[in-house]
Design a protein around this ligand. Structure first.
Ligand SMILES: NC(=O)c1ccc[n+]([C@@H]2O[C@H](COP(=O)([O-])OP(=O)(O)OC[C@H]3O[C@@H](n4cnc5c(N)ncnc54)[C@H](OP(=O)(O)O)[C@@H]3O)[C@@H](O)[C@H]2O)c1
Length: 160
């Protein structure tokens, strides 16, 4: 990987994704494009990186839902128009737990929404990103969960 890799990180507005973005920038010299729906949280993160950490022009963001195809294309366009123009990695971290409950008490629509966010959004962005990733010999990092290998009552949608 190059000395200053460009990464797209989904779910960067809070939690694990926000921490990955900060670690990538501070510890690995990365340039990061964060993706999430919460504009205020992404703006605050950007402000924190620029003004508190004094790391200028290292973080950009796309406000959008990962289940919407244009969110992926917008993030990729921004990546290839910024910094070196290379895309060195995707960190696909955005995810949701819901619906939680027994099969009998949860709706198929809610299961589909879970799969759209946790699974199909990943297929979409990887398909769009493959040419740029291949050109840069980039990587894809998928964030999974212990719930993928251990059973938790009512977590069927998330665990699958
Ligand atoms: N926390 C844990 O103990 C744990 C353990 C194992 C695995 N994980 C996995 O690690 C990842 C992050 O977990 P977390 O605990 O940090 O979760 P979190 O605090 O709930 O954050 C989830 C992130 O995903 C984003 N997101 C959710 N739905 C989205 C959508 N439709 N479009 C765009 N962004 C979306 C959220 O941003 P917006 O709401 O701003 O869109 C947020 O930035 C998840 O994939 C989770 O399954 C978590």
């Amino acid at each position: 990987m190059t000395a200053t890799p460009t990464l797209i990180i989904t779910g960067a507005s809070r939690g694990i994704g926000r921490s990955i973005a900060l670690l990538a920038i501070q510890n690995f010299g990365a340039n990061v494009i964060g993706v999430a729906r919460s504009q205020d949280a992404l703006q605050q993160l950007s402000h924190y990186i620029e003004n508190d950490l004094k790391l200028k022009d290292r973080f950009k963001f796309v406000v959008g839902d990962v289940t919407v195809e244009s969110t992926a294309t917008e993030a990729l366009t921004l990546a290839t128009k910024s910094w070196s123009g290379e895309l060195n990695g995707l960190v696909l971290n955005a995810g949701v737990l819901d619906p939680v409950g027994p099969v009998s008490g949860t709706s198929v629509e809610d299961w589909k929404r879970n799969f759209d966010i946790n699974f199909f959004s990943i297929v979409t962005i990887v398909q769009y990103a493959l040419p740029a990733l291949r050109a840069a010999k980039g990587r894809v990092i998928l964030v999974s969960s212990g719930a993928a290998i251990y059973a938790y009552h009512g977590w069927g949608a998330y665990s699958t």
